[in-house]
Ligand binder design. Structure first.
Ligand SMILES: CC(C)(COP(=O)(O)OP(=O)(O)OC[C@H]1O[C@@H](n2cnc3c(N)ncnc32)[C@H](O)[C@@H]1OP(=O)(O)O)[C@@H](O)C(=O)NCCC(=O)NCCS
Length: 351
């Protein structure tokens, strides 16, 4: 008779078992198997548990599903959300519905469940479970150093750039901005978006307290002194030194304010010699102000800009997405106000 299977959240005391499992069953040398601080930061659930659903048989882990807990907003309503990360079952325990039981617990505990960058297996299984699936999150590109790009991408047409509008001061985020940003988020942005609640608490956790990456969070301040836009980016140096890329991971706010921020970071990218800037975002509407700063949809350029840098790989790999709302009509997740970027889920992390 098969041993009973326990499915539950993983006690923090078992972090060593989890890392050994990831090393053996997921990928040798995977960053989460090596870096306990990053693992704890990415999967917070309280003092005693990690946000990993674990399947245990005879005291041994036989399967895990990583969950990044987030507050999820549907046009102003706050729901509990979960981004799914590492999902693995030992070969000996596969095809016994262990994977599904791990997923069921995550679905029971959260109204929104999604993943970004899922592989073909994940997309097949989640598609069959009626998740909304997208084969590629749109990506916007701002070429910055055409000579360097000519080696890796080819000849790139000129992108028009409009002059910056007056009326906004672009500056780095300060801790004292939190309450004004929350007012702007709650009063203006939240009701227009479907996506993770990007309030100050989230920004501080996701970007400012990141244990390994150095994100730069900038806001555009209106003449009244109130925030009118936010843009977050980091610089990524390809592992072999091939190029530096400026990676925008959030762009939110009034069109003109976001355009001013985008022009500002494009200028920074040029100054430091970045080859190009990119921004993955499901919302065409949110990304449109970047076009003022010379960003163009990668699909419209008809060229492949590298998307993996650790290690560097030429060519662009599509970023998939799959998501589901348990308590509301999943149709809510089809509109152009659905705002997911590369910093949602676990795609913007060290590898
Ligand atoms: C994906 C994975 C976790 C599923 O775990 P599992 O315990 O074998 O899956 P289950 O037995 O619960 O099966 C769930 C359903 O998915 C289907 N399924 C399982 N593996 C599949 C695969 N590789 N491709 C397509 N469908 C698959 C099963 O047929 C089943 O569907 P059904 O109910 O219609 O029969 C496991 O196959 C695994 O560890 N794969 C390697 C790692 C991986 O690719 N993980 C996903 C990316 S994070």
């Amino acid at each position: 008779m098969a041993a009973p299977l326990e499915i539950d959240w993983l006690p923090s005391s078992r972090i060593g078992d989890l890392q050994a499992f990831l090393e053996a069953e997921w990928r040798a040398e995977h960053v989460l198997a090596r870096d306990a601080e990053l693992l704890r930061w990415q999967h917070p659930r309280g003092d005693d548990e990690l946000s990993f659903v674990a399947a245990t048989e005879r005291g041994e882990l036989v399967g895990v599903l990583g969950v990044i807990p987030v507050e999820f907003g549907v046009r102003g309503d706050r729901l509990s959300g979960a981004w799914l990360t590492t999902w693995a079952v030992t070969p000996a325990a596969r095809a016994r519905r262990v994977g599904l039981q791990l997923l069921e617990l995550a679905l029971e505990c959260h109204d929104f469940v999604g993943t970004i960058g899922g592989n073909a297996t994940t997309m097949t299984i989640l598609g069959a479970l009626r998740f909304q699936t997208r084969s590629a999150v749109p990506r916007w590109i701002r070429p910055l150093d055409r000579t360097e790009l000519a080696h890796f991408v080819g000849e790139i047409p000129d992108a028009p750039e409009s002059p910056a509008g007056d009326g906004f001061t672009v500056r780095e985020w300060r801790a004292a901005d939190a309450s004004d940003w929350n007012l702007y988020w709650e009063g203006t942005l939240a009701s227009r978006l479907v996506g993770v609640c990007r309030d100050a608490r989230y920004l501080e956790w996701r970007y400012l307290s990141h244990p390994r990456f150095d994100y730069r969070v900038e806001i555009a301040e209106a003449q009244t002194g109130e925030p009118a836009g936010l843009l977050v980016h980091r610089l990524e140096r390809a592992s072999g030194g091939e190029m530096t890329v400026l990676r925008i991971v959030d762009a939110l706010g009034e069109g003109l304010a976001v355009a001013a921020l985008a022009l500002h970071v494009a200028e920074r990218g040029r100054r430091i010699g970045a080859a190009f800037a990119d921004f993955y975002c499901t919302s065409q509407h949110a990304a449109r102000p970047l076009e003022t700063a010379g960003f163009v949809a990668e699909s419209a350029l008809g060229l492949e800009f590298p998307s993996r840098f650790q290690p560097f790989e030429p060519g662009s790999r599509p970023l998939t997405a799959a998501f589901r709302l348990a308590s509301q009509n999943t149709e809510q997740l089809t509109g152009s106000d659905v705002y997911f970027t590369r910093s949602d889920c676990d795609q913007d992390r060290p590898s």
